[in-house]
Design a protein around this ligand. Sequence first.
Ligand SMILES: N[C@@H](CCC(=O)N[C@@H](CS)C(=O)NCC(=O)O)C(=O)O
Length: 203
Amino acid sequence: MITLYKYTHPSRAETVVWALKELGLDYEIKELDGKKGDQRKPEFLAINPFGKIPAITHNGKHFTESLAIIEYLNDLHPDKSLTPSQDDENYAEKNYKLRQVISFGMIEIESYLWILTKIKVLENYESWPEGVDKNCLSCIQNALPIASSWLESQEYIAGDSFTLADIYYHHLFSWLKMLGFDLPEQVKIYLKRLSNRDNFPKK
Ligand SMILES: N[C@@H](CCC(=O)N[C@@H](CS)C(=O)NCC(=O)O)C(=O)O
């Protein structure tokens, strides 16, 4: 049995819930109250010493980092349905595209988004020099049209089929929306398409 540790409130642990559903794996959920600091209690630090969710336990072992957890879950599935099939004659190219879009999202968008969130939403709970928020904003504004352009000719972010990159980009684009970014129309349509999937976790 897989145990997923998530917050009572929505967080990136929802990406793992979505992957579990897409893969049809059995799991149980243990909820932590982030506002009460459950993530910093010794019981949870024994699972993730970094004190962050999501984390899963499986076969007596602990797994952390949302995307790595999703990769692990995908490897448990006989068809590895969230990544291109190795039997596909264009496997190398399709797998490259998947890794490329994820790498781009993490480095060119999420890193700046996280700093912007710390400054704007968490009210400067770390001290960042003046002007950093503007730099982050402009880095994201440069990267967003590139990510959006991938959706001009394909239904999913890394090609013509649904992959774990779509789970990640749904999280990323929703985060941008939450911070007030005006998303391009094709991104809005894409988000709608993803949220209509049978296994999309309903609130
Ligand atoms: N890179 C990690 C980030 C995990 C993360 O930042 N989790 C947040 C919730 S979305 C958290 O647990 N924050 C708690 C804290 O910082 O105290 C991942 O993708 O799993």
